[in-house]
Design a protein around this ligand. Structure first.
Ligand code: SMG
Ligand code: MG
Length: 375
């Protein structure tokens, strides 16, 4: 017999009030292909939820799963299946999301939609609900693996010219010291971070330690996600702060990683940890242990970006997140675009709920399928 997750008041209040739920698939083109250790993507394959009540108020939820299970085990088709067949039935029956193992990205999308609906109904912003301060906040841009150093420098130069003061560069074995040195020389005052998406191995420890003289703000997820011990060895050896991303899927995993000394800094993504509520709990764990934390990104459209921005203003989020303007990834975003403000900053919307909703024309342009599910 499936059990039901106990939901916080806002989410609980809307269950039982739902008229129907739209599960929508979209393909949104990226301005240019985004390449990391696990492959390249030229479009964002989005799973979008629209939860409607009887008055026609709609809550939106974006799932951050990618189109294929190359970066994480979760992926868009799988998440859509889990949402439709394992999470929504309990909600549509008036109970709340069914308790299932794993599938954090699917759970987070459902939570986002229920939260947005509940907050829209009460007129409260997500930022206020999470305890955030509303911004503006400093943000950073991410630059993927590039074909040549010259290409990398062009891309980094473009982001710096746009106003970003913190740049994260994707690295992999063989694409690390040389490109990072070139970026460091071209932009000595930019905060430079490196993200390996788990592509290094134990044999690369010395190669990573040799990056210490580049003044990097952090090295993110150098080793595979299950190898906390290796991250602990590196953190012990290297001066550059070691940041975890893929390794930390819950508050429990975070406490374990802290106990092992496997991280100095946390990249926090609500999608990776099952939702915004868990993410806020994890900010508290980081604060208790003096671990700096920042909001990660998953190339979200304006829906997920609005949620990330609200989360990024919660006290304890101490470093600039992977939260660029919409134009970094999209010629046309699903929502009114987010634009970079003075000093490389963004401001979360202050309207009810997420404060952003998809533009109907953009939805029509990018939607590839819609399923409407009613109680
Ligand atoms: O949203 O700006 C963004 C992307 C940030 O690099 C980014 N995300 O490992 O941190 C990460 C990656 C995951 C997505 S790449 C498939
Ligand atoms: Mg990362």
């Amino acid at each position: 017999m499936a059990t039901v997750e106990p939901a916080p008041p806002v989410e609980r209040a809307v269950v039982g009030e739902i008229r129907d739920i739209e599960l929508r698939r979209l393909t949104v083109p990226l301005v240019s292909p985004f390449r990391a250790a696990h492959g390249a993507q030229s479009h964002r394959d989005v799973v979008l939820l629209a939860v409607r009540d009887a008055d026609g108020v709609t809550g939106w939820g974006e799932c951050v799963a990618m189109n294929a299970p190359t970066y994480t085990a979760e992926y868009a088709d799988g998440a859509a299946h889990v949402i439709e067949h394992h999470l929504l039935p309990g909600i549509l029956a008036g109970h709340g999301p069914t308790s299932i193992a794993g599938h954090q990205m699917a759970k987070a999308a459902v939570e986002m939609a229920l939260l947005d609906l509940g907050l829209r109904r009460s007129g409260r912003s997500l930022t206020a609900e999470l305890g955030g301060h509303g911004g503006p906040i400093a943000v950073g841009a991410v630059v993927g693996l590039a074909p040549t150093i010259d290409d990398l420098l062009v891309e980094v130069g473009r982001r710096v010219a746009e106003g970003y003061t913190r740049i994260k560069v994707k690295i992999r074995p063989g694409w690390d010291r040389e490109p990072l040195t070139a970026v460091r020389a071209a932009h000595p005052s930019v905060a430079l971070w490196a993200d390996a998406n788990g592509d290094y191995a134990e044999a690369d420890l010395a190669r990573l330690c040799a990056l210490d003289d580049l003044g990097l703000g952090l090295i993110e997820q150098p080793f595979p996600d299950d190898d906390l011990m290796l991250h602990a060895v590196l953190a012990e050896t290297i001066d550059t702060p070691v940041c975890l991303d893929e390794s930390v899927g819950s508050a429990g995993a975070l406490r374990t990683a802290i106990h092992l000394g496997a991280l100095d800094v946390l990249n926090l993504k609500a999608g990776r940890v099952g939702g915004l509520r868990e993410a806020v709990r994890m900010i508290g764990v980081c604060r208790d242990h003096g671990i700096p934390v920042w909001c990660g990104g998953m190339l979200e459209t304006g829906i997920g970006r609005a949620a990330n921005l609200a989360l990024a203003t919660v006290a304890g989020m101490t470093l600039p997140g992977d939260l660029s303007a919409s134009s970094r990834y999209f010629h046309r975003d699903l929502t009114v675009p987010f634009e970079l403000g003075p000093g490389g900053t963004l401001v979360p919307p202050d309207g009810p709920g997420l404060g952003r909703a998809p533009d109907p024309d953009a939805l029509a342009e990018f939607t590839t399928s819609v399923r409407t599910i009613a109680p």
